[in-house]
Design a protein around this ligand. Structure first.
Ligand code: ACO
Length: 325
């Protein structure tokens, strides 16, 4: 049976860069504090015409061009997002219209920062059932629209962007060997974002503070490291893959200290962990496909390489996948 492989990658970032120096003028912080605590130097902030669905469509077009797959050939569009400009229809439907994928059905996945990983897993199941199917899996976010710009403990972390892949039946050994996904909804309160204000006064939460991201940073940090490690250990054991045979790790780009702690625990050397968090901050569901696209275009991936993906996000949600490139 053919495995589900990645046939092309793409990404799309907003034009405007917001540096740490600019943030110093907005809240009481410093470039040094942000750099030491997070590794982030700058992030992209969307402007007019760079709504989540537009960034998603831009990334999708690049992935389709690399794959040599036309919009009419796409049978399914999956978008991992929690910040689309519309609640209804889905971001995936807006992308379908924007790129002209008239033969695709379309759905969003809200698994926060794990959205792209969850999306790849769903795509894999459809492709295994029909290896001729071509699936667009996208991670896209406008986190700047849901950031409290007066809260220095969160506003320094996030950025906007989108990444995409075209998936389909792979030749030979290419494709996803296996994946493991997890969730623990009992910990939702450690990292969450309320919806826009309810128009039904009886349904306004008593502790409503506004529709932006709230986070218990140190708790999230600890869970993120442990959970991603657990996901990686389980998927490598499941597929009988030795950590040292992994050629490249594409982790969710949360912050550099989480990635450094994770690296120390995985038994995989640091130079195999792809990092671009310094340029884009944490772009949630978009971070893995953006990192994958950059690594791919830099020539970091060769046919036959084993690539490891791992993510953690609000929910909590987390998991890992291993793929032969
Ligand atoms: N600039 C300067 N000082 C700050 C800032 C800031 N931007 N933010 C907080 N501080 C202050 C705090 O007020 C506190 O001051 P105090 O000691 O006088 O009370 C001090 O710095 C230490 O605050 P902590 O919250 O303890 O700082 P910590 O070392 O935990 O770092 C951080 C905060 C970076 C958020 C860290 O907890 C972290 O990385 N958590 C993971 C969160 C994360 O990545 N979330 C993303 C979503 S989940 C995901 O993608 C995996």
């Amino acid at each position: 049976m053919k495995r589900a492989a990645i046939l092309g990658t793409g990404s799309c970032l907003p034009k405007r860069t917001l540096t740490n120096a600019e943030l110093e003028k907005m809240v009481e912080t410093s470039d040094e504090w942000i750099t030491v605590r997070t590794g982030i130097k700058e992030r992209r902030i969307a402007g007019a015409g760079e709504e989540t669905s537009k960034l998603a469509s831009g990334a999708a077009r690049k992935a389709m061009a690399m794959a040599g797959v036309g919009a009419e050939e796409i049978g399914l569009i999956i978008v991992g997002t929690m910040t689309c400009e519309k609640v209804m229809p889905s971001c995936a439907c807006l992308v379908q219209k924007e790129i002209g994928a008239v033969n695709a059905f379309a759905l969003d996945i809200n698994a926060a920062c794990s959205g792209f990983l969850y999306g790849m897993d769903v795509a894999e199941k459809y492709i295994k059932a029909d290896p001729a199917l071509k699936v667009l899996v996208i991670g896209a976010e406008n986190l700047s629209a849901r950031t409290n710009w007066e809260d220095r403990s969160t506003c320094i972390l996030f950025g906007d962007g989108a990444g995409a892949v075209v998936m389909g039946g792979g030749e030979g050994e290419r494709g996803i060997l296996g994946s493991r996904l997890f969730a623990d909804g009992s910990l939702w309160h450690l990292l969450h974002m309320d919806a826009a204000p309810s128009l039904n006064p009886d349904l306004v939460p008593v502790d409503y503070h506004g529709p932006f991201i709230r986070m218990a940073g140190q708790e999230v940090f600890k869970y993120a490291v442990r959970a991603m490690q657990d996901g990686v250990v389980k998927v490598l054991a499941q597929e009988d893959v030795a950590p040292e045979s992994v050629k490249l790790v594409i982790p969710h780009q949360a912050n550099i200290r989480i990635l450094n702690s994770l690296t120390g625990r995985l038994g995989i050397s640091a130079e195999k962990i792809y990092i671009n968090v310094h340029k884009y901050g944490n772009t949630s569901a978009a971070s893995m496909p953006i990192a994958l696209d950059e690594a791919n275009r830099e020539g970091r991936l060769q046919p036959g390489d084993l690539v490891l993906f791992c993510a953690f996000g609000g929910g909590f949600t987390w998991g890992a996948a291993v793929m032969r490139w």
